[in-house]
Write a protein that binds this ligand. Structure first.
Ligand code: AVI
Length: 319
């Protein structure tokens, strides 16, 4: 192992560690640069990626019930972790604004660019909504908000984003959110459900190759930012789903024996033919698992909303 001090960023260090491990891995959070963000937007619009449609249906069919559950005696602050383009949230915002609820919308993101775009689109489409963008990591921002926030907070985490975490990290994530909550606050979170394994595999392996490009953006980023020479065509995008554990896994598989040079790390990576890089998990859930996660993190499930096919569920958690 190289001494830690030589790494100039967490990306450098994590890339080195992951590609120096056996089996090799890379962290999915690094997929999301500007190109990765755009590819993810495209994924969300694909017919195979049923998650978007299901969560949209839940919002459309239950708008009033959801809006009512959000409201507090002095109004509320709607804090969304990882808002993206806010497409689904806008359904709720439109309703909340038309019914004149007393609320602010506070999208949280690490990227000021994402926040600026979202704010500009909201100003155009829903100028009556008071938007306070919060740039920073989720937890620093939640900590900051819980310090001064007097009225009810509703924390939104949509898109089954929690599914990209191993269960133990998901519990830490929930515990962290819980520590920023007061008794009247609530957490509204989406969990993609277990379903036909083929349906899940199709969502993560579209014939147009958008998910493949999204997965390979990890290699693309290493090429661009760390001056490496990954040949993207020599890697295969491969998806697996284990119906017992509910875990979908993405891999990049080297089709040939090859060496890749990462100049900025002064590191040559050797691949045997058919050697794998594990890149992402997308966990699928059922009520028992969500109840277990809630228990482990000291939260309780108060309510839930699902779509007509029961592919997806939004749960309401309280402290
Ligand atoms: C962001 N996250 C919930 C997506 C998912 O479904 O795991 C990322 C994704 N990966 C491949 N397709 C979409």
């Amino acid at each position: 192992m190289k001494p830690i001090t030589i790494f100039k960023s967490a990306f450098e260090e994590d890339t080195y560690k992951g590609l120096n491990s056996y089996p090799k891995y890379l962290l999915s959070k690094y997929i999301y640069d500007e190109k990765g963000d755009k590819l993810f937007q495209k994924i969300m619009d694909m017919s195979e990626y049923y998650l978007t449609e299901c969560e949209t249906e839940i919002f459309k069919e239950n708008t009033s019930a959801i809006a009512d559950s959000f409201n507090g005696p002095e109004g509320f602050d709607l804090i969304e972790l990882g808002a993206g383009d806010g497409k689904k949230t806008k359904i709720l915002l439109r309703h909340l604004a038309s019914k004149k609820y007393d609320f602010t919308y506070q999208p949280v993101d690490i990227s000021q660019n994402v926040l600026d775009e979202l704010k500009a689109s909201l100003l155009k489409e829903l100028p009556e909504v008071e938007v306070k963008t919060q740039q920073g990591t989720y937890f620093k921002t939640l900590e900051r908000l819980s310090d001064y926030n007097a009225r009810k907070k509703v924390i939104l985490v949509l898109g089954s984003n929690i599914g990209n975490l191993l269960h133990k990290d998901a519990i830490d994530f929930l515990k962290n959110i819980k520590s920023s909550m007061n008794t009247e606050d609530m957490l509204f979170m989406g969990f993609d459900q277990k379903k036909s394994p083929q349906k899940i595999l199709d969502a993560y392996n579209d014939p147009a190759g958008i998910t493949e490009a999204f997965n390979k953006n990890l290699l693309n980023r290493i090429n661009q930012e760390l001056d490496a020479d990954f040949d993207l065509d020599s890697f295969l995008h491969w998806e697996t789903y284990d119906p017992e554990t509910g875990t979908a896994k993405s891999f990049l598989v080297s089709k040939i024996q090859q060496e890749v040079n990462i100049k900025k790390l002064d590191f040559t990576v050797h691949f045997k033919a058919w050697e794998t890089i594990h890149t992402e998990i997308s966990q699928k859930y059922d009520d028992e698992v969500v109840e277990w996660l809630a228990d482990e993190s000291g939260l309780r499930i108060e309510d839930s909303f699902t779509d007509s096919k029961q592919f997806y569920k939004n749960y309401v958690f309280r402290k």
